[in-house]
Design a binder for this molecule. Structure first.
Ligand SMILES: [Zn+2]
Ligand SMILES: [Zn+2]
Length: 270
């Protein structure tokens, strides 16, 4: 089974936990919810998992067709990353200590063998520490990325279940994080602008309006006009002097935006 990417609507993205969209490179979490029909991540509570979008109970935490609850996504990598960095730092300390002791001994006994050993220890120790630190950083980044993508997917699904609009405090409840954290996530999503934008209501509350991304690379029979929310650049570059119809211009624009999105994510070290 497959679904359309929840960010860029690219189809197909195979169902499964943590599967990457080959177009926008978002990791996707959560199977289709039988009640609200969204591929929303789940959230665990009391050994049961619930839909983050509509709250429907999806089953026991250890049941078949297990989905990774949002509060656990990315955690193993993050913990592994921290452990690896702690080990790396400890490795540097131990290496420094050993090299100092062996160097002192080499000087005291005027021993070239001990001197060579100190050099060997220093080299070996720094390589091991470097690998541990680098691996740890990478693992931590992977964990943070998975967590970000799962949270983004959850707030998008939760917003759709609320008529397309969500506030930071709503999102905080959905994600079980602080309002500040939820607000930071929503702000970054709105800044990217691909699936949502921010609006301030007359009573001063910031609301995040989610829209469907224009379908990309779908079969021509199902391709539709881009949904609202995607800015159509009428004065966009026309290809080789050919007049383009608005649909093609919009399509190019969407593709360009996702290319940029992809580049930013690659630049972040994904
Ligand atoms: Zn995508
Ligand atoms: Zn649901």
């Amino acid at each position: 089974m497959a679904h359309a990417c929840y960010v860029c609507s690219f189809y197909p993205v195979p169902d499964g936990e943590g599967v990457e969209c080959s177009h926008c490179h978002r990791l996707q979490y959560g199977n289709k919810c039988p009640r609200c029909g969204q591929n929303a991540p789940t959230r665990s509570k009391d050994f049961r998992v619930f839909c983050t979008a509509c709250g429907f109970e999806r089953g026991p935490l250890s049941g078949s067709g297990l989905t990774m609850p949002i509060n656990m996504v990315g955690k193993p990598s993050q913990f592994g990353g921290i452990a690896s960095r702690v080990l790396g730092t400890a490795g540097i300390a131990v290496t420094l200590l050993l090299v100092t002791l062996v160097t002192l001994a080499a000087v005291a006994f005027s021993s070239t063998v001990l001197g060579a050993l100190a050099v060997l220890l220093a080299t070996f120790g720094s390589v091991v520490a470097f690998l541990l630190l680098r691996g740890g950083k990478k693992l931590q980044q992977q964990g943070e990325r998975a967590q970000h993508d799962a949270r983004e997917q959850a707030v998008a699904a939760a917003a759709k279940a609320r008529g397309g609009v969500i506030t930071a405090s709503d999102a905080a409840g959905v994600l079980n994080v602080s309002v500040n954290e939820a607000d930071a996530l929503l702000t970054s999503i709105a800044k990217e602008g691909a699936i949502a934008h921010a609006e301030i209501s007359h009573d001063g509350v910031v609301k995040y309006v989610f829209h469907e991304a224009a379908p990309v690379h779908v079969a021509p029979t199902t391709a539709q006009q881009p949904a609202t929310g995607v800015r159509v650049d009428v004065n966009g570059p026309a290809g080789a002097g050919q007049p383009l119809n608005p649909k093609e211009v919009a399509q190019q624009r969407v593709d360009r935006e996702f290319e940029e999105l992809k580049k930013t994510r690659v630049a972040k070290g994904d």
